[in-house]
Design a protein around this ligand. Structure first.
Ligand code: HEM
Length: 359
């Protein structure tokens, strides 16, 4: 199958990657507006599927929900709805990824009719599971649940066994598993009132979800770029360095969370000075990213197809470091926090995609 016949599939893979970034940005806005605990429970919000817009719509036991919140302790409609929209985007991403996995399994199957029947059978079981659960027929719901799990397992094995492009199907299934784990982690983060270590794992999960569609895209795009071994190794090294820098940054963010919460999210001018050694390490480690990106740019200047990649990577590094400097000297403007995070994730994806496209 050539690249042209996969055009829509490639476009949809890009769309999934873009949507992950939308979810990352929405998460940043949640934090920027301190809406993290706007919905104190999960998956419902104040025990409802569509959260209240007014204090009069709160459930009778609303005090038990509000006591879980870290700053509000009273109903704040903006915090609640910002967090709710963030969750909604996450759920929509899950649906898009589900469609992606089904599309990949059928598109790259050598037994298309059988694959379609299997998928319909699974959908039937999943629907009965949902209906029995809603009607509270617990035994029937449990039986449908077990039947669904067995059938889903069989279907996935079938999809992999009879795939014309096995690696693409495996990647799409991994994507589905990753988004399910990520959703579950979202619940754990809420249950433990945004416990810090889990935020880092949640961050890494988001990066994995964004990177997986890129693997499929690169496998379907035929024009691989020829570069020198030096650039190839430097790209791999940079992925590793930026990943470490992102983890360090997340630790800094966790410290900022503790400091800002203790100050009721005020006195931004003292947040940076209260940071510990992890901030100094994060700041200094930027030199490795800066030097690496300069080297990538200069070494790749003569390779026509690669010049653009090198330029964009260098531009992004300048923007990320610029935002870091702005945070230090302009008392951590709220908007700079999600932007710094967004661009850091984009940098990692630029490097990752750049690396898997070169030979
Ligand atoms: C290219 C290098 C850099 C990368 C890839 C990077 C990445 C990150 C990431 C991923 C975070 C976590 C953000 C979050 O979870 O919301 C972060 C936080 C942070 N970084 Fe960087 N960073 C870089 C350079 C810098 C520099 C040079 C500075 C300062 C001079 C800086 C200052 C900060 C600060 C203050 C935070 C905490 C911000 C917050 O509360 O959201 N970073 N960084």
């Amino acid at each position: 199958m050539n690249e042209a016949s996969n055009k829509s599939y490639i476009k949809y893979s890009w769309f999934i990657m873009g949507f992950v970034f939308l979810v990352i940005l929405a998460g940043g806005v949640v934090r920027m507006t301190q809406s993290g605990m706007g919905c104190p429970d999960w998956p419902t919000c104040f025990g409802m599927w569509i959260p209240p817009t007014d204090v009069s719509q709160l459930p009778v036991d609303f005090e038990s929900y509000l006591s879980k919140q870290d700053i509000d302790h009273s109903f704040n409609v903006y915090h609640t709805w910002i967090e709710y929209i963030n969750r909604l985007l996450g759920a929509i991403l899950g649906v898009f990824i589900f469609i992606y996995a089904i599309w990949t399994s059928i598109k790259f199957s050598t037994r298309k009719p059988k694959m379609k029947i299997l998928l319909l059978f699974n959908l039937g079981l999943a629907t009965s599971l949902i209906i029995f659960a809603i009607l509270r027929y617990s035994l029937l719901a449990q039986l449908s649940g077990i039947a669904f799990l067995l059938s889903a397992f069989f279907s996935l094995s079938f999809a992999i066994r009879y795939a014309s492009r096995r690696s693409l199907v495996i990647v799409s299934i991994l994507l589905l598993i990753a988004v399910a784990i990520q959703g579950w982690l979202g619940k754990v983060v809420v249950d433990e009132n945004l416990s810090v270590v889990k935020i880092t794992i949640h961050m890494i999960g988001a990066l994995v979800i964004a990177a997986l569609p890129l693997i499929n895209i690169s496998k379907l795009i035929e024009d691989k770029i020829q570069v020198t071994p030096f650039i190839k190794h430097l790209m791999s090294g940079m992925i590793f360095i930026v990943l470490i820098q992102i983890i360090l940054g997340t630790q800094v963010r966790e410290e900022i969370d503790v400091i800002s919460k203790a100050l009721s999210y005020e006195q931004r001018e003292v947040w940076i000075e209260k940071l510990g050694s992890i901030f100094i390490i994060h700041r200094s480690f930027s030199w490795a990213v800066i030097i690496g990106s300069i080297a990538l740019y200069f070494k790749g200047r003569d390779i026509v197809e690669y010049t653009k990649t090198g330029k964009w990577i260098a531009t992004n590094v300048i923007a990320i470091v610029g935002l870091g400097v702005i945070m230090i000297y302009l008392n951590v403007p709220a908007i700079s926090q999600p932007l710094h995070l967004f661009l850091a994730c984009a940098l990692l994806m630029q490097l990752f995609y750049g690396r898997i496209r070169i030979t």
